[in-house]
Every structure is written in structure tokens, then in C-alpha cells.
Write a protein that binds this ligand. Sequence first.
Ligand code: 5AD
Ligand code: SF4
Length: 488
Amino acid sequence: MYNDYGDEMSNQVDLDKYFKPDLNQARKRSKKTIEELSFNLSDAHQKIGVNKTYLIHTYGCQGNEADSETMAGILELMGFKKAVSEAESDLILINTCAIRENAENRIWGELGRLKAFKRQNPDLILGLAGCMPQEENVVERVLKKYQHVDIIFGTHNIYKLPEYVETAMFSKERVVEVYSQEGEIVENLPKVRNHHFKAWVNIMFGCDEFCTYCIVPYTRGKERSRSKEEVIKEVLELVEQGYLEVTLLGQNVNAYGKDFKDIDYTFGDLLRDLDQTGIKRIRFTTSHPHDLDKKTMEAMRDCQTVMPFFHLPVQSGSNQVLKKMNRHYTKESYLKVLNELKNIVPGISVTTDIIVGFPGETEDDFLETLDLVEQAQFEGAFTFVFSPREGTPAAKFVDDTPEEAKKQRLYLLNDKINQGYLKGNSRFVNQTVKVLVDGVSKYDESVLAGYTEHNKLINFKGHPKLIGQIVDVKVTLAKTWFLMGELA
Ligand code: 5AD
Ligand code: SF4
């Protein structure tokens, strides 16, 4: 079956027999109530992976990392064990990211590389999961040109992994099942967490913002919140298992609860309830300025466990660009919300995301962005050059800025952002800060590394037995990317 991996033969593939995605469907937002399902592994599926091994390669955001932990949880319930190497794996899943073209290019390269393993071991099962399969063009390309991929599934049906593995393994059939629209929220999913004291907790899925450059509302579907009971239950269980920190995940956590029909309960309420669970540190990502409300800011002020750190993507400082991006705020209103946040939560550290080279962005627009960065006093940022994503409105906008000019803008912006990083770190010199110790430094085993409450990376000398504890550290030196300190 796998004696030909070439492109020629691939043109004979009958594309229509598969359950493929459709971006037009993905754009639609239904009013239907989201049901809650409970995951249950059938007896037959529980033995499929016995004496077999798996690996999962994860790309992209924390949402994908959390999804990979679920995939690992399902596979281990099926009997699979984690493999030590690709060569020894019986199943390899690639959990993909579609946010920018370079993210996708890396994955195409990865798929090509894995062909060799499939040649050596034709029984190896290769699966493509996550955001890329939600795109029509991706699925067609995989079906035509990457015949060594056995399973293709998207973000909405991870819970069906046992079925897909069974079909690929026993019927030797290719499995392609990508739902264009979200389904139910599935609870009771097993997880193998990558960390022993820090955990991801999904609080909502999807995004309804439709920023014109962004593929996420298509790949992740409609905004839908997990019930507060399920979220609180998960955090309580984590506390019991010894976890110290949770990061609440959603594409727009500030919209949490806005889809609840029967109760008035939003993100600020959730923060207050989670503060009572006994967890030591609560973080969250990511936020939309347009949905950030005072209730959230006040909950941050009142709850000691909610860390004084906020990632608040601004994307641009130019009002005409923000409008074309469909961001629902202006430079002025963003700064107003930011100042309110800084007033209510004094000393809070704020970081952001910025895109340069959006179609039609002029030199003056870019200068507005630099000015906003100056005024906002960001202490860090993820910066990107605009990448057109097929199916999004901005991919069709006229874009006449030369690539060189875009690169130059990114360079200038990063320079300014780096000044903000250093300034943000410098304000802690000579202070004693609380650090959750993550592990030993990559470069020196006698040095520990961890994060402060303000999410600053800090290195200091100490015994590895401190890993997983929150300790006091006196900051002695600030560098652009990290702090140095000594145990207080
Ligand atoms: N091009 C460049 N950057 C993008 N982002 C999202 N879509 C694109 C795109 N098409 C960035 C935004 C977002 C972050 C996660 O990725 O800044 O906040
Ligand atoms: Fe994409 Fe905008 Fe939704 Fe963030 S808020 S995921 S940038 S559409």
C-alpha cells in the first residue's frame, strides 16, 4: 500500500470521498446551544495500543500544547506508551499551527522528513492534527502529495482519536475527518500533563472576533465557554495533585461566560472563584482589549493568586490600520483601558502582540505604532510581519509595501520593544521577588531558573530540591531577557 510516495500517482486520489473542511462553513456562527459530552473510552479501544508507542510533535500556541496533552492522555488510556525516538514509534502525531505561513512551512518540511520513517516501518501510523487540517487547501495538498499521512483530523474532534487510530491500524485505510464547525464541549478528557506543578486549563474555545488577518476563528470555531463548575473542578483536582500554577486558556479569555444563557457569570467572577481553590498562582492568556472589563481588573486587584501580569495584544498603533484589522478599538481607547488597568493593579507588567506590514500600512501608521509602544511602556512583545492567510479578508487587501520596508519596520520595532524589556526588568533590581522554580539552567547545573509573579525569567544559585517550590529571591542584576538574583 505504501510502496509509492510520489506525486504522480497522487493525482488519482478521490478527494471527494473524504470528510474535508470548508472555510465558508467555518465562517458561520450558529445560535445553537453547545451541548456538553463526557468522554468515555470503549472496552475495545482500551487494548489497541498495548505494546505500542507514540510521539506527539506540537507546534503553535498554548492551546495546542493543551490539546497535545489530551491526545497523549487518550493514547495512554488506549495502552500506548511514550516512545523514546521517532525510529521506535508506532504512531506519530503532528499537532499543527496555521497562524502564519512560516509556521506552516516548518510543518510541511517536517512531513517530508517523516517520510523516511514510514519507508523504514510501513506500519508506522502518521497523523496530522490541529489547525492546519481545518484549512481546505492543506487537506487537498496532503491528500495529493503526502500519501504517507494516514490520519487527518482537526481541532473539533480530538475525542474521536481512538476510532481514527483503530481504522488506520486495522483497516489500513486513510482517515480524513475534519469538522468545519465546532461541536460539543467534551469533558472528562484524560490528559498527560507535561509539567508537574504548572498546568494549562482551557476555559473556553474558539473566537468570534474575526480580526481580518486571522485564521483562528475558522480553525477553532465559535466562542464557547466551559461551565464554571468544570473549570473549578479541574483546578481543585490540580491543587490536590500538588500543582501550584494554572494558566487559563482561551483565544479571548475576556469573553468567558458571555455565551452563558442562564447565568450572569464572566471572567472576573471566574478569577474570584478560582482564587478560593487553594491554587497559588493564576495566569491567563490571551486577551482582547475590547472585551477587557473593570470587573476583571478589580478581581486581579483583589485576588492575591492572580499574577500581576497581562498580555494584551494591540496589533497596531494606527487607527486606520486597527479599523482595517477589525479590532473594535482605537489607539486612544486602547491606552485608556491600559491606564485603567495600571491604575487598578499598580505595578502590573504588560506585554503585547504587534503586526507590522499589514496591507496598506504606511510609514506614518508605523510611526503611530512606535509612539503607542512608547506610551504603553510594554515590558515585552511578540512581533510579526503580516502573513496573508488564505480565506481571511486581509489576504485579499492590496498590499504594496515592499518586503524590505516591512523587515526594516520589524527591526525598528524590536529595538524599541527590547528597550521595554530591559526597563521592565530593571525596575526589580534590589527587590525581593517570589519565584516559582522551574528547573536548572540550561547552561549551568548549579543555577536555577524560574518565573517571578510579574512573569520575569530569573536565574540564581540554589539546590535542585527547590524545583517546584516558590522561593524568595533578591534581584541583583537586570538583563534584557532575564534577571539575576540570589536566594533571600
Ligand atoms: N500575520 C501575522 N501575524 C498574525 N497573528 C495572527 N494572525 C497573523 C497573520 N496573519 C499574530 C497576532 C496574534 C498572534 C497570536 O499572532 O499578533 O495576536
Ligand atoms: Fe485571531 Fe483576533 Fe481572535 Fe485573536 S482575537 S484569535 S487575533 S481573530
